[in-house]
Design a protein around this ligand. Structure first.
Ligand code: NDP
Ligand code: GDR
Length: 343
């Protein structure tokens, strides 16, 4: 029988890669779309033509019940979130509602449609649930690398809301026997990454500078260290996590560390430029509380799921710069006609 998947956050970076991956595995895929004329819907449908859509919003319980009831999925992937960390200091309550309470609402929708309660635990035909948890939950971690047992010390309202989503996912597994899994994913990027995130901000700026369309690149903390991987590799891990007989939580990352300064250097070097001639430090871009260093110990995912990444960090930065050189030069040549994107 063809499996059916429902993805929230379908218009985001991971949503499109996951949809492509699941379709390649023979799934039927539905994406949850919010808003009455979401401009990103046409972008994702251009990219992934076999997608179906269902309306709903993580702020609206009824719409989620209706979406799950309509799709009758085998697997639900909750990727929807306000994912830009700085926004979580400006709109802390909204971010908590979407990224924290939104998880509870999806779990409740699954529980209601499946007819689960504490005395009737799930059976074999149950809906499997994936929660997009984040390395931001580790924050100022007491140990490096971080693994499944590392204590959380979130440094932003975003990280705190994700920690709630993580624990409520685990709680529904323990309370109702739900097949609910939390993937603690470290930073993953691609040419489809939003331009507000640092790797894409860098790759776009390098392309524009190389083509003579921009002079400087303004950045915040160059010393922050992250474990960056390629989004296409990480969506494979999401799918793998829902396949074992028993649900579990997994850390997913490359295990290698690079600073923002490394990212800038690698990207500028790729087009034959010296980053120090172009980068300007802007104190306004430094965060109220920074996560200084993150690095994944993905041993559990590697051994139990057989997952491993295929793209290393320099390859990732080169891929993004090349894609942006292509995009920016096309936009420059054709003006607003093409306007958009690696999508
Ligand atoms: P994006 O920011 O690219 O996409 C976020 C998605 O969430 C968009 O499709 C957006 O849809 C949707 N969304 C926002 N608000 C709502 C809402 N109220 N109801 C329904 N959908 C909503 O994120 P990514 O694809 O990069 O990340 C996917 C998930 O993984 C997120 O939960 C993120 O927090 C998490 N994560 C990401 C990591 C990364 O490095 N990329 C690492 C660890 C975790 P719309 O078009 O309607 O705005
Ligand atoms: P992050 O990603 O906050 O780790 O969250 P981001 O790319 O925004 O920042 C990474 C690091 O770069 C530093 N930095 C800058 N960041 C941005 N955006 N812009 C700048 O100009 C800049 N200068 C320096 C930041 O301070 C930070 O240390 C991402 C998101 O995808 C989350 O949703 C996800 O949960 C985590 O990754 C894991």
């Amino acid at each position: 029988m063809t499996k059916r998947a429902l993805i929230t956050g379908i218009t985001g970076q991971d949503g499109s890669y996951l949809a492509e991956h699941l379709l390649s595995q023979g799934y039927q895929v539905w994406g949850l779309i919010r808003g009455q004329a979401n401009p990103r819907k046409s972008r994702v449908s251009r990219l992934v033509s076999e997608l179906s859509f269902v309306d709903g919003d993580l702020m609206d319980q009824g719409s989620l019940v209706s979406a799950v009831d309509t799709v009758q999925p085998d697997e639900v992937y909750n990727l929807g979130a306000i994912s830009f960390v700085p926004m979580s200091w400006q709109q802390a309550e909204l971010v908590t509602e979407v990224n924290g309470m939104g998880v509870l609402r999806v779990l409740e929708a699954i529980r209601m449609v499946s007819g689960l309660n504490s005395s009737r635990t799930a059976g074999s035909g149950q809906i499997r649930f994936y929660q997009a948890s984040s390395s931001e939950m580790f924050g100022k971690a007491a140990e490096t690398p971080q693994r499944e047992t590392t204590l959380f010390h979130p440094r932003s309202p975003y990280g705190a809301a994700k920690a709630y989503g993580h624990f409520i996912t685990r709680n529904y597994r323990e309370s109702f026997g739900m097949y609910a899994v939390s993937g603690m994913l470290f930073n993953h990027e691609s040419p489809r990454r939003g331009s507000e995130f640092v790797t894409r901000k860098i790759s776009l700026a390098v392309a524009r500078i190389k083509l003579g369309l921009q002079d400087k690149l303004h950045l915040g903390n160059l010393d922050a260290v992250r474990d960056w991987g390629f989004a296409g590799d990480y969506v494979r891990a999401m799918h793998l996590m829902l396949q074992p007989d028993e649900p579990d939580d997994y850390v997913v990352g490359s295990g290698s560390m690079h600073s923002v300064r490394d990212a800038v250097r690698i990207a500028f070097e790729h087009v034959g430029l010296d980053w120090q001639d172009y980068v300007v430090i802007d104190p306004e871009l430094v965060r109220p509380a920074e996560v200084e260093i993150l690095c994944a110990d993905s041993e559990h995912a590697r051994t139990k799921l057989g997952w491993k990444p295929s793209v290393d960090f320099p390859e990732l930065m080169h891929m993004m710069v090349d894609a942006d050189l292509n995009q920016v030069s096309r936009e420059h040549e054709y003006g607003d006609l093409l306007l958009a994107s690696n999508w």
